[in-house]
Design a protein around this ligand. Structure first.
Ligand SMILES: C[S@@+](CC[C@H](N)C(=O)[O-])C[C@H]1O[C@@H](n2cnc3c(N)ncnc32)[C@H](O)[C@@H]1O
Length: 204
């Protein structure tokens, strides 16, 4: 099992408390949707318990949610039975090119090893239509790979790829994206990891 698969297996064990704590749509999701045409096709990569996918669908967008964690997806399917959720590794997506108007990656790239992020973004670029938009939220700060205690299950360690803004900007630009928006904030509750929250939107 690699680091990202291990992280998803931890989510299998914490799906219920995670769903209780994170029941609201992600920050800056509306700014992302404002950058897309009406009824645009969006893939939510690392969709977890489906809250963002459900919110985007409620606004008329066509959404597919992808996650590796069976238990996170079980909750997503119970909450939003009308939506298309698939258990897949976001590093192995094989949809046709130019299929999606938007890619939504809320706190999922944090579990992808640094060695895999370039190829992942290369594939995301391939999947997006021209002018398509990607939303990425991260645990930001000084670039490092770490294992931290999982907040909902402190006896479990979970892998994190901490990515600085310059690092993600460089990876995006090298893959043909241009940055359109960036937001940052410090953690505001004990149920958040102690890293700067970084939100980046970029266009193909
Ligand atoms: C912090 S949660 C974020 C969930 C949701 N996007 C949100 O913002 O609430 C990270 C999610 O990414 C998923 N994940 C991690 N690595 C993955 C991979 N390689 N492929 C698919 N999903 C992955 C985990 O299973 C987990 O559900």
């Amino acid at each position: 099992m690699d680091k990202s698969e291990q992280a998803s297996s931890v989510y299998d064990k914490i799906a219920e408390p995670y769903a209780k704590e994170f029941s609201k749509p992600s920050e800056h999701i509306e700014e992302f949707l404002d950058l897309l045409p009406k009824k645009a096709k969006i893939i939510d990569v690392g969709c977890g318990v489906g809250v963002d996918a459900g919110f985007m669908a409620s606004k008329g967008f066509k959404v597919i949610g992808i996650d590796l964690s069976k238990e996170m997806l079980n909750i997503a399917r119970q909450k939003y039975p009308q939506l298309d959720f698939r258990q897949q590794d976001i590093r192995k997506l094989d949809f046709p090119s130019n299929l999606f108007d938007g890619i939504f990656a809320s706190c999922s790239l944090i579990h992808i090893p640094k060695n895999d992020v370039f190829a992942l973004l290369e594939n995301f670029h391939h999947l997006l239509k021209k002018e398509g938009v990607i939303y990425i939220s991260l645990q930001g700060g000084k670039s490092e790979e770490v294992f931290v205690d999982e907040l909902f299950k402190p006896d479990e360690k979970i892998f994190l790829n901490i990515i600085s803004f310059d690092e993600i900007k460089d990876l995006l630009v090298k893959n043909g994206f241009s940055i359109v928006k960036k937001y940052e904030r410090e953690p505001k509750s004990k149920n958040e990891l102690n890293y700067t929250k970084l939100y980046v939107m970029a266009k193909k």
